[in-house]
Design a protein around this ligand. Structure first.
Ligand code: HEM
Length: 461
């Protein structure tokens, strides 16, 4: 396996990869499961693999040096793919899918202050209150109550994103939002992978279902915007910032469609990712009781029975290690958004074809044997200060890298450990016997069959 990377090379060679089936290439494998197909390809062909997906050529990168070239050093030569072929059908020109560098940069600069660590700390109380609401509901259940933890984590993270960014309560709409978001994400996953795209105007079952799901989400988002436009109160949140933003040249504010695109982006990107990470955390902890015990010992020792708050997080290093290790094994965005190869380029001795697509596979990088011992083993001690020393900075990159790195990383790094600490202090979660556990990528990496678990209050154990 090639493990060094330079951008200029004396010898360049075509990128290796499977030929796949006549005309279709590797498309059937990718449609069955992009993550499995590209992990297999990484093990067989190495750090950069070329795939033919029908008429399209795509490269998948699984080495941190090459990821650095694409995402940081030469990010302008590898721009995001057109939004209409990406998340655009749901997020429009919102931050995550905006493919115009200049307008993306303006949006990013405007929204960035909302996501600074200090600013988020002031929102800590709202995160704590959302977690308290979840625990108060769980407390009403009888002993050994079974619930789908995946839905529960969606509910609590949705509550958090709405309370912190939009100062709204959408908990009564969770039963509508969860399924609609799931349908939309599965549609997008299919749409992005498939080279043969059916126009959205065609009345196919998939299109109709997607449009219904999008209309459900739009109804909720436009409702939030309408309510805010009619209110005189200051909320000091992301929605206020977006509504008050003015174009420097024209002095105009955002129209409702622009606002909707930004709101739905943060609404979606800001809860699904953390929700699925948390669900995987409860699953993997249920399979490693000794690690759960270590985590609870730290919480009990530091908190002495008091409920954890954001201010306690710096004194809970093992909680952070567990959260980091969960994001290594189950990165919420395992395959990054597609970038375009704009020129015939040589990348680490590989020749890339202009017009092809290229992406970075975070899941593979997090399992790269050159950077991780026993990569499949769940071992939070990898993230102890001693063992983290000297690690390649991009061998671990759950939030991506470069200018388009996740804007919500600081928030996720507060919210995830807070939820871990607050819930693990009070409950053990046991996997229901017979529960099928299988990952599915629908933009985010989620458990395909939900996660039914039994609630065991710790004081009753
Ligand atoms: C465990 C939690 C999370 C993970 C693992 C995660 C991961 C990522 C990754 C890998 C990207 C880069 C995608 C690419 O370049 O192709 C990204 C972008 C983004 N994330 Fe997150 N994310 C998380 C939580 C959040 C939260 C809490 C928010 C908002 C509150 C958020 C909002 C965004 C946005 C808006 C972008 C697009 C940034 C841009 O293009 O400028 N994410 N995220």
């Amino acid at each position: 396996m090639n493990t060094t990377a330079t951008t200029t090379a004396s010898i360049s060679r075509p990128v290796p990869g499977p030929r796949g089936k006549f005309l279709l290439g590797s498309l059937p494998d990718f449609m069955r499961g992009a993550l499995d197909a590209s992990y297999k390809g990484f093990l067989e062909y190495g750090d950069v693999v070329q795939y033919h997906l029908g008429p399209r050529t795509i490269y998948i990168v699984s080495h941190p040096d090459i990821a650095r070239t694409i995402l940081i050093e030469k990010s302008r030569s590898f721009p995001r793919n057109d939004s209409k072929d990406d998340l655009g059908p749901i997020t429009g020109q919102g931050l995550v899918s905006n493919d115009s560098y200049e307008s993306w940069l303006t949006q990013r600069r405007m929204m960035q202050p909302m996501f600074h660590k200090q600013r988020l700390t002031t929102m800590g109380k709202r995160m704590e209150e959302s977690a308290q609401r979840l625990l108060a509901r769980w407390d009403t259940y009888p002993a050994d109550h079974t619930l789908d933890v995946s839905k529960e984590m969606v509910a609590v993270t949705l509550d958090i994103i709405n309370q912190t960014m939009f100062s709204t309560n959408v908990l009564d709409k969770v039963d509508k939002i969860g399924p609609a978001a799931g349908i939309a994400m599965r549609y997008l996953e299919h749409h992005i992978r498939s080279p043969f795209k059916t126009p959205l105007s065609w009345p196919t079952a998939r299109n109709t279902q997607f449009k219904q799901a999008r209309a459900t989400l739009d109804d909720i988002i436009y409702g939030i915007i309408r309510q805010r436009r009619q209110s005189d109160a200051q909320h000091d949140d992301l929605l206020d910032l977006l509504i008050n933003a003015r174009d420097e040249e024209t002095g105009e504010g955002m129209n409702d469609t622009q606002l909707r695109d930004e709101v739905i982006t943060v609404f979606g990107a800001g809860h699904e990712t953390t929700a699925h990470t948390m669900t995987w955390a409860w699953y993997v902890l249920s399979q490693h009781p000794e690690i759960l015990q270590h985590l609870q010992n730290e919480i009990d020792h530091v908190l002495e029975g008091r409920t954890p708050t954001i201010a306690d997080l710096p004194r809970l290093p093992y909680v952070h290690q567990v959260f980091n290790e969960v994001m290594r094994l189950y990165p919420a965005a395992p395959i990054m958004g597609m970038r375009k190869v704009t020129d015939q380029t040589t990348l680490n001795t590989y020749q890339l074809q202009s017009g092809a697509l290229i992406t970075v596979n975070i899941y593979n990088i997090h399992r790269h044997p050159k950077f991780w011992d026993n990569p499949e083993t769940f071992d939070p001690d990898r993230f102890s200060p001693e063992r983290s020393k000297g690690r390649h900075p991009l061998a671990y990159m759950p939030f991506g890298a470069g200018p388009r790195k996740c804007i919500g990383s600081n928030m996720a790094l507060m919210e995830g450990p807070l939820l871990l600490a607050m819930i693990a202090q009070r409950y053990n979660l046991e996997l229901v016997p017979g529960q099928r556990v299988e990952g599915e990528v629908a933009i985010t990496y989620r458990p395909r069959y939900g996660m039914n678990m039994i609630l065991k209050p710790r004081n009753a154990i």
